[in-house]
Design a protein around this ligand. Structure first.
Ligand code: NAD
Length: 425
């Protein structure tokens, strides 16, 4: 019999597996609150991990087999909830990490959900609409046995959007009857919520505004750089101007653009709609994604992929505040470096929780078969983000710990309490 591989030493290097990194953040919180070992074992790993084969007939007649995942981390506080990502690098460890982050995120903002995540390893940029639709329908069918309005409710994430959710909803409804509440982030015409599309970016801006108020950071005239110009990055860019900030740089997978006195964000958005990229937007200078992260700005907002701020570049980050709009954009090694250098990091499980918060509002509206006005959605979102920020900030101040540890400590305590009340352990 081949001996089992030795457990991998936890390294703080750039290439630390994302699930190890999330477990490290969890372990630090568990140590801080003195969590019992038996409970650690329950909360460190996923409840259920489903890997499925997704065969699709491509437009050229070839059959291609994709691999898809749905990981359900914990449902002590409510149904599993989390997005679906289409990306060539999507793998089980990444999906596990993101599922666990969802458990902690829903607890930080105190909405009645657990955590899950899904993904399909594919490159949607090379696929036609028909191929993406067939992939989505088949994947939905494969994972439908573990979904449910009171069991597990997907949403959009990287490279998936309202259209993807419409296909998922239709595929699920074809099997189980009309079920709009099975996914959130749907088009408004199909029961989506007003304000959901902008919600993650809006929540990022609310979190930054709250932090600025409490930490004495002047936002009026502050220079901001945003990596990623998809759902989260572009909405953040469009809304942050309302706080007096100047967006000096944005980027996407093809590269970045810079303008010292501030980009015309609407013009950049229009350029993206025409050309598919921010690159070469009129009256801007070209920069690389690496350069964007090291710009001399007041606020840096990674809003693309994970681990972009790591032990190779954290020393060069000049921003005073990093707002984690993406999930897990800062590795544990980089987190320590930023902390030593006095950079404030608003952690992902707080900063980008606006998306899942308005997803919750969408689910509530679907169940009640009632629609809220957009102002009402945004107002409830603001209150949720403000409460969550206050709890995290107060906990950090009282315990003398960084914001990330405070957020994890609050979340782990909430999930532990729910698990005990339910008699899980
Ligand atoms: P998206 O697919 O809409 O946009 C992703 C953006 O990142 C695009 O502009 C893309 O070009 C860019 N990008 C991709 N690879 C890149 C690279 N290597 N370098 C630089 N830029 C790159 O995705 P999204 O929904 O905006 O999600 C972005 C991040 O926010 C992810 O980490 C996601 O998990 C997180 N998030 C999303 C939501 C949501 O509601 N959509 C909620 C919470 C967190």
């Amino acid at each position: 019999m081949t001996p089992a591989p030795a457990p991998r030493a936890v390294s703080l290097a750039y290439d630390m597996n994302p699930f190890d990194a999330v477990k490290l953040f969890f372990d630090r919180a568990a140590d801080h609150i003195g969590l019992a070992d038996e409970m650690r074992e329950v909360l460190r790993t996923s409840y259920r991990e489903l890997t499925v084969q997704v065969p699709i007939r491509m437009d050229d007649g070839q059959l291609k087999v994709f691999t898809g995942y749905r990981v359900q981390h914990n449902a002590a506080r409510g149904p599993y909830k989390g997005g679906i990502r289409y990306h060539p690098d999507a793998d089980l460890d990444e999906v596990r990490a993101l599922a666990a982050l969802m458990t902690w995120k829903t607890a930080v903002v105190d909405i009645p959900y657990g955590g899950a995540k899904g993904g399909v390893q594919c490159d949607p940029t090379t696929m036609s609409e028909g191929e993406k639709q067939r992939l989505t329908r088949r994947f939905t069918q494969m994972i439908s046995y573990i979904l449910g309005v009171n069991r597990d409710i997907p949403a959009p994430d990287v490279n998936t959007d309202a259209q993807t959710m419409a296909w998922m909803m239709d595929a699920y409804s074809g099997r189980y009857g009309y079920t709009p509440a099975i996914v959130t982030g749907k088009p408004v015409e199909l029961g989506g919520s007003y304000g959901r599309d902008a919600a993650t970016g809006r929540g990022v801006v609310y979190a930054l505004a709250e932090a600025a108020g409490d930490l004495g950071i002047e936002l009026d005239g502050a220079a901001v750089a945003i990596q990623g110009f998809g759902n989260v990055g572009s909405w953040t860019a469009r809304l942050i101007g309302g706080r007096g900030c100047r967006v000096v740089a944005v980027s996407d997978v093809r590269g970045g653009i810079y303008k010292e006195d501030g980009l015309d964000v609407q013009a950049v958005y229009d350029h993206v709609r025409e050309s598919g990229s921010v690159v070469d937007a009129p009256a801007t200078e070209r920069i690389t994604n690496d350069e964007l992260l090291e710009l001399d700005v007041d606020v840096l907002i990674p809003a693309a992929l994970d681990r972009v701020i790591n032990d190779r570049n954290a020393q060069n980050v000049k921003a005073r505040v990093v707002v984690e709009a993406a999930n897990h954009p800062v590795t544990p090694a980089a987190d320590a470096i930023l902390q030593d250098r006095g950079v404030v990091v608003i952690p992902d499980i707080l900063a980008n929780a606006g998306g899942v918060t308005v997803s919750y509002f969408e689910w509530v509206q679907n169940i009640q078969q009632f629609r809220w006005e957009e102002d009402h959605v945004n107002d409830e979102l603001r209150k949720t983000m403000s409460r969550a920020w206050k709890n995290v900030h107060d906990r950090a101040a009282v315990d003398g710990i960084p914001l990330r540890l405070a957020a994890f400590a609050i979340a782990v305590e909430k999930v532990e309490r729910a698990a005990r009340l339910r008699g899980y352990v």
